[in-house]
Design a binder for this molecule. Structure first.
Ligand code: DQA
Length: 150
């Protein structure tokens, strides 16, 4: 029986407003829809998921540090902090867990200020523009590449 990989799913600012927020860009499905989709997929993926969302940079850093104690991998959509936060980059480096950066959209195809990702270099993979599926792909990647073999 394979052990399930413990993964923190961390979402940043405004992602709690999915469904309401610019639906022409982010779609009509809600944050709750995202979490139930992921929890439903988790079993088949061989992952145990713990899901968090915060609008606050410091809180996101606390959650990343907590992941360092409790988890074996991180899937993170830092939302707008992607493009500004050296502190989130530092936190991801500090905990030394495999982390995958996920974005619902492809930020490189949007406004110029979204082209830089500070977190990218602290992550083993970036999944861009695949919507909800991107989170599932990120979990699958972590389990396949960093999950327990026994
Ligand atoms: C986002 C892209 C970011 O540029 C933006 O600030 C977000 C969402 C995405 O998932 O596509 O809030 O991270």
């Amino acid at each position: 029986m394979m052990n399930k990989m413990k993964i923190y799913i961390i979402n940043g600012p405004n992602l709690n407003l999915l469904g309401l927020r610019e639906p022409e860009i982010y779609g009509h499905r809600t944050y709750e829809d995202l979490i139930s989709y992921l929890l439903k997929e988790a079993e088949a993926l061989g992952a145990e998921l713990m899901c968090f969302q915060s609008n606050h940079e410091g809180k996101l850093i606390d959650i990343i540090q907590e992941a360092g104690e409790n988890a074996e991998g991180i899937v993170i959509n830092p939302a707008a902090y992607t493009h500004t936060s050296i502190a989130i980059y530092d936190a991801l480096k500090a905990v030394n867990l495999p982390a995958v950066e996920v974005h619902l959209t492809d930020p490189s195809k949007r406004e110029p200020f979204r082209k830089v990702s500070y977190v990218k270099d602290a992550c083993v993979l970036s999944v861009l523009g695949r919507g909800f599926q991107g989170y599932k792909d990120a979990v699958k990647y972590l389990v396949e590449n960093y999950g327990c073999q026994s």
